[in-house]
Ligand binder design. Sequence first.
Ligand SMILES: N#Cc1cc2c(cc1C(F)(C(F)(F)F)C(F)(F)F)CC[C@H]1N(C(=O)[C@H]3CC[C@H](C(=O)O)CC3)CC[C@@]21S(=O)(=O)c1ccc(F)cc1
Length: 268
Amino acid sequence: AMEPYCNLSFSSCLLPESVISATELELLTQNVVLAHQETCQFRQENLHVLRWETFSTPEMQSFHHKPMDQMWERCVCHVTDAIQYIVEFAKRLSGFMDLNPNDQIVLLKAGAMELLLLRMSRAFNCYNSTVYFEGKYAQLELFHSLGCIDLISAMFDFCHILGVLNLSEHEIAFYSAMTLLDPCRPWLQDKQKVETLHRKLQVAFRHLLRRTHREGIISKLPHKERLSAICQLHLEKLNVFQQMYPGIAWERFPPLYKELFISEPDNS
Ligand SMILES: N#Cc1cc2c(cc1C(F)(C(F)(F)F)C(F)(F)F)CC[C@H]1N(C(=O)[C@H]3CC[C@H](C(=O)O)CC3)CC[C@@]21S(=O)(=O)c1ccc(F)cc1
């Protein structure tokens, strides 16, 4: 009988056989989507339901008048919780735990803040530029007392760009996995291994986008330079804060946050 034009499993006509088989592609897609779903702190639908619940003016004022170190301490606790979930996401991504421990730390150190922003965009309402924070949606000025409104507004702008794309959970999952498993990160020892993982993710992501007719978003996703620029700003602000309150930054910051974001003080 005639060979069917393209056997239904798509294994030959659509995928570069060398990179990944159709079955492996399905398994990888499930792994990425599940790893994301199981390691987000809030479900998309819960954030969605709350998105018009904004803080009242008196509530805003109370945040506004908080001393800087108190506001920082609250946010650092939230960021440490969020980073823990991001570490869990990484550990569940197939292939991540097979990397050598040094490369796992290198990828998390370089990618944690970026993944944080991708997750923050899920909690961002781009119609009124508010973000979920401690139970309700907050305007930018609520964070004024942190003393780094330029960083926060850069984060808001970034979330806006993503919000407009209206990314699905599947798309955010793949975008996060590919941001984390970036073979171009400096100091990687086994770059080749990360490259192979990244390429498989790329094929699986393109396959998902083709299937859902969403190839158009690829060219609209923010470039990684933009992401890293914001994260650079974060590190600078953190150093400023450390200088202003030398005691606090050291004792009160949770260890994981210090490990990922704070370089050892030179005890010279
Ligand atoms: N300390 C802090 C800090 C804490 C956070 C962010 C940034 C910083 C810094 F950028 C700062 F402070 F400068 F703004 C810092 F420090 F990193 F630089 C962005 C991610 C935010 N975040 C989230 O958006 C979560 C992510 C996970 C998601 C989920 O999994 O469902 C739910 C929403 C967790 C920490 C949190 S936050 O909630 O404290 C927050 C702080 C400022 C802001 F304008 C909006 C939110």
